[in-house]
Write a protein that binds this ligand. Structure first.
Ligand SMILES: Cc1cc2nc3c(=O)[nH]c(=O)nc-3n(C[C@H](O)[C@H](O)[C@H](O)COP(=O)(O)OP(=O)(O)OC[C@H]3O[C@@H](n4cnc5c(N)ncnc54)[C@H](O)[C@@H]3O)c2cc1C
Length: 368
């Protein structure tokens, strides 16, 4: 596994020193989260998948996964928010709309331009957002059920399904606004979530919104999302791995305070399992570059393992922290809540099935 060690070392130092100690406030306070995101921008870490000639860091896939894992270990809210922007950067970098690329890409690595995404609804049938071709572009109607980054990102890339089973991806403002043509974007208030409330996750309503051709990022078949879900099934696992590690960090600290041998025993056993799960996922990710599709079944199981392990490590941190873990401010509780988000983010029907199968299997083992 090769990676860009220098960049990762810079990222890790920054995250451990400037982000991890403030994870509780970053989870809750949008201003603190925005500052944390800007710390990443100041270190040129917000355009990791953007080519260098567009001002990005252009790191390889493995380096990017290590990075996602380290951020998730230090702050779930920051990991989740920056992931949306990094995805927008990758997508825009693949666009053929050179003018739009020129407008955004050179400013994304530093965080001068901050962009969200809204694609998850493409997995629903029928899609809640539809588009039709009109003179000069497309008209969008419907609701984007999840868009993260309200109040922080200036724009987001929304995906809308066309009558011919193609999908148009376009750049839209991330605020309630009205067009002269009568079109409107209406953002809800931020959702009150169990975790990562600071991320400003909203639903966005499109009413006859005119997406001009100049704002179109790409048009591709609807089937592409299912193909990408199969190829990239492991991508969300790295957040779960970082979250599991964060749970173990607490377990280790609790052992230092309480000096109870069984906490150390539990910590060592979980750390060993995490190392095995992590190794399997990184190996599969490296191999996946060469033979992507036939590994799908195994990769699904690895994703489910990472999800379940994140929840178990967080739960172990809670058990070892005793009653104090019930305080909203306790890190063990925050990490448990973050594990809840990673259980469902980027979920497909196949991932849901694998997650439930793994949980059912554990239950059966307990009964024996
Ligand atoms: C806090 C938070 C923030 C988020 N932010 C963003 C964001 O910024 N951008 C973004 O794009 N996404 C975002 N998401 C979406 C996230 O990735 C989704 O949680 C995930 O894709 C699951 O979507 P869903 O919960 O809407 O479930 P659904 O889409 O309803 O279902 C999940 C899977 O089950 C399948 N399914 C559901 N019902 C049926 C059925 N009746 N028959 C067959 N199959 C079915 C769906 O096809 C899909 O594959 C966010 C989610 C959360 C929780």
């Amino acid at each position: 596994m090769e990676s860009n060690q220098a960049l990762l070392a810079i990222a890790e130092t920054l995250l451990q020193q400037k982000i991890a100690p403030f994870a509780a406030v970053i989870d809750n306070d949008p201003e603190a989260l925005r500052s944390a995101l800007q710390e990443l921008g100041n270190a040129s870490l917000l355009g990791l998948r953007i080519p260098q000639h567009w001002g990005g860091a252009e790191v390889d896939g493995i380096t990017f996964r290590f990075f996602q894992e380290i951020v998730a270990r230090c702050s779930g809210a920051l990991a989740f928010l920056q992931a949306q922007h990094q995805s927008a950067g990758s997508l825009l970098a693949r666009s053929e709309n050179e003018a739009l690329k020129q407008q955004y890409l050179p400013y994304m690595n530093s965080g001068q331009a901050l962009v969200g995404i809204s694609f998850a609804h493409l997995r629903r049938t029928p899609s809640p957002i539809k588009a039709i071709a009109v003179p000069g572009g497309y008209q969008l109607n419907g609701q984007a059920p999840w868009v993260t980054g309200a109040g922080c990102f200036q724009t987001f890339i929304v995906a809308a399904v066309l009558p011919n089973e193609q999908v148009v991806y376009g750049m839209v403002p991330f605020q309630s606004t009205r067009q002269e043509t009568g079109g409107a974007i209406v953002c809800s208030d931020p959702m009150q979530l169990a975790a990562m409330t600071s991320t400003g996750t909203v639903t966005v309503e499109f009413q006859d919104w005119l997406l001009s051709a100049a704002q179109v990022v790409q048009v591709e078949p609807l089937a592409a999302i299912a193909k990408s879900d199969r190829l990239n099934v492991l991508h969300h696992s790295f957040f779960a791995l970082g979250c599991a590690r964060a749970g173990l960090d607490i377990l280790e600290r609790t052992y230092q305070q309480k000096q109870l041998g069984f906490i150390q025993t539990a910590c060592e056993a979980l750390a060993q399992e995490l190392a095995a799960c992590r190794q399997a996922i990184f190996t599969a990710t490296t191999e996946g570059n060469h033979s992507p599709s036939n590994l799908f079944a195994t990769n699904l199981q690895l994703r489910a393992w990472a999800i379940e392990l994140a929840v178990r490590c967080a739960h172990a941190a809670i058990a070892a922290s005793s009653g104090a873990a019930n305080s909203n401010q306790h890190p063990a509780q925050r990490i448990y809540r973050e594990a809840l988000v990673y259980t469902v983010s980027g979920q497909t029907a196949a991932v849901m099935e694998a997650t439930l199968a793994r949980l059912t299997f554990s239950t059966r083992l307990t009964q024996i």
